[in-house]
Every structure is written in structure tokens, then in C-alpha cells.
Ligand binder design. Sequence first.
Ligand code: SIN
Ligand code: FE2
Length: 223
Amino acid sequence: MQPTTFDLFADNEPVQQPRAEQIGEQSWVLRGFALPQVEQLLTELEAILAAAPLRHMVTPGGFSMSVGTSSCGQLGWITDRSGYRYSSVDPLSGLAWPSMPAVFADLAHEAAERAGFPGFQADSCLINQYVPGAKMSLHQDKDEKGYAAPIVSLSLGLPAMFLFGGFERSDKSQRIPLLHGDMVVWGGVDRLRYHGVLPIKPGHHPLLGERRINITFRVAGDQ
Ligand code: SIN
Ligand code: FE2
């Protein structure tokens, strides 16, 4: 007699919705939400980074950021000695940022909708690359023109420990592990929460190697 096997992909299996974890009144982690699109996302990402390479930007205080940064979409977040701001041109090339691929815009739109923010249309997409040891100190995303739209974040590659805090830098933070394909959406009453990333631990990811890529989608210009 043949051993019994379970057909995991039987036609009558209910389609599994990716798991959503609530981390604030209007904040969600969407586990594995981007996994079905990862291949397309990585192909587009490679083209973007060929046109607008990652660079280590300098903060107004004169420190070089540990993450390598680039952008796509109408507006890209930049920092230099004169401050933090959004720019419609890449200061490295003097050209417009690469346009936002439809697979990026659609994924961000769907994630926002799943988290209770329908109609999200990002005009800015910030790409941060973390190699082991790179981190992001606690900060608020507040350089956008308005805060009506949520922040939508996509994590790829090595895992990270995301810190999701309160409205003061000194407030206690939740520690949330973020894995390849996870998305986080925070908006509404949670839009200005402090957040950051602990130093990335050494490791190797089968698709991305020794790095983590985080992409945040925002509405930075007119809402
Ligand atoms: C950010 O706050 O821009 C990055 C968050 C992350 O890397 O998960
Ligand atoms: Fe941020």
C-alpha cells in the first residue's frame, strides 16, 4: 500500500491570506506579503540601482550613514550637510530618479489597502541597503509634505530587528523581526511613531547574499 500523502495544493484548499500582525492602532506587519512578486521586484530593483547607484549619504551632522541609499519615483529622499529633504533629481547624476515600476506601485497599494489605507499612491520609493553591522537609528519619517498617507515598507534579504516605538524618542520600542518578503504599514494615528533597525547580523540570504534591502514607499509631495 502507498503511504498516505497530503496534497498541499489541492484545488479545494482555501487560498491562504498572508498573516497580518497588528503592531499599533493603525499599524500592521504583513508576513510574506511580497513573496509572490519577489522575482519581479528584484529584476526591477537591479535596473533601478544600475541607473541610480546606492551611495552613503551624509547627515547634516556630518556622519556618513551606514546604509547605502537610492530612490525611484518622482521624489527621492536625500540628506547632506544642508539637511534632509526630498529631491526630484538624483544629486549624483543630476537626472530624474528612475521611475517607479508598476510592480512596486501595485504592491505598495495592495499592502496599504490590506492595512486599512485604500487609495495609496506612492510618489517616492526609498531604497536602503544594509550589510551586516548597518543600522538605522530611531527616527520619525517627517520630511514629507503631509502625513495623511501611511508609510509602506518592504523587507528583502537578510532578517532585521525592527524597532517600533512611540512618539518620543525615549519611549519604549517593540522589537519586531522582519524577514524576506514581509511588509510593514504604519499610518493614521501611528504615522509619526519613532522607528529604527538594530545592526544587521552577519548571514547569507539565498537570493540577496550578505545584505538586506528595505524599500519604503511614501507620499512625499502633494497629498
Ligand atoms: C526606514 O525607516 O527608512 C527603514 C526601516 C527599515 O529598514 O525597516
Ligand atoms: Fe523611517
